[in-house]
Design a protein around this ligand. Structure first.
Ligand code: URA
Ligand code: URA
Length: 195
C-alpha cells in the first residue's frame, strides 16, 4: 500500500470519534486497488462486514460482485470500495447525520489519495452526503454528477435491487454508462462480456 494510504488506514483503524467505536467489532477501512480508477461508495458496514472487517461481503456485496463481473471489473484491479461511515450502526440503521459528518473526512481524504476518475454512489446515503441533501436517488440515478471534482454516477443500492428486482434493469443501464465512461477515460480496450 502507498504510504499515504497506509498512514490513513492506521489512523482510521484506531478512530474513536463517535459512539459507534464502542459497539463495533471492526472498522471497515475499504478495499481494492489503491490506485483504482473507480471508487464505489456505499452507506455503512452491516453485520457480516463488521464481523469480518471487509466491505460489501454480505448479500449486497455478492450482488455487487456479479455486477462488477458483468462489467469486466474486479475489486483488485479496477475498484476501491468504501462507505460513508466505517463502523456498523447497531441494528443496521441508517447513519445519523452526526455520524456521517464525523466520519466523512476519512472518505474525503481517501478519495484524494486514491484519486479515482469515476465515483459510483450506491443509493440515497452516499448521494445525500457527497452531492448534497436535495439530491434524490430515484430522480438522479443514471445521470453524471460532480463529486470532489470527479465524475460520479448515482445508482440504486444493491440492497434496493434485492428488495425489488425490477430495479435491476435500470441499474444495468447505469453500469453500461460507467463502462462507456471507463473506456473513454481509462482504457479504450476494456473488455466486458456483457456491455
Ligand atoms: N452495505 C453498505 O452500504 N456497505 C457495506 O459495506 C455493506 C453493505
Ligand atoms: N432508496 C435507497 O435508499 N436506495 C436506493 O437505492 C433506492 C431507494
Amino acid at each position: 500500500m502507498n504510504t499515504q494510504l497506509e498512514q490513513l488506514k492506521t489512523e482510521i483503524l484506531s478512530c474513536q470519534k463517535c459512539e459507534l467505536s464502542k459497539t463495533r467489532n471492526h472498522v471497515i477501512f475499504g478495499e481494492g486497488n489503491e490506485h483504482a480508477p473507480i471508487m464505489v461508495i456505499g452507506e455503512a458496514p452491516g453485520a457480516d462486514e463488521d464481523r469480518i472487517g471487509r466491505p460489501f461481503i454480505g448479500r449486497s456485496g455478492q450482488l455487487l460482485d456479479k455486477i462488477f463481473a458483468a462489467c469486466g471489473f474486479t475489486r483488485n484491479e479496477h475498484i476501491f470500495i468504501s462507505n460513508i461511515i466505517r463502523c456498523r450502526p447497531p441494528g443496521n440503521r441508517t447513519p445519523t447525520p452526526q455520524e456521517a459528518e464525523i466520519c466523512m473526512p476519512w472518505l474525503t481524504k481517501q478519495i484524494e489519495v486514491i484519486d479515482p476518475k469515476i465515483i459510483i454512489l450506491l443509493g440515497a446515503t452516499p448521494l445525500k452526503y457527497l452531492a448534497g441533501p436535495t439530491h434524490r436517488i430515484t430522480r438522479e440515478r443514471g445521470t453524471w454528477l460532480k463529486v470532489q471534482d470527479r465524475l460520479a454516477m448515482p445508482v440504486f443500492h444493491p440492497a434496493a435491487l434485492l428488495r425489488n428486482p425490477n430495479l435491476k434493469r435500470d441499474t444495468w443501464e447505469d453500469f453500461k454508462k460507467v463502462v462507456g465512461k471507463y473506456r473513454e477515460l481509462v482504457d479504450a480496450n476494456h473488455y466486458s462480456a456483457h456491455c
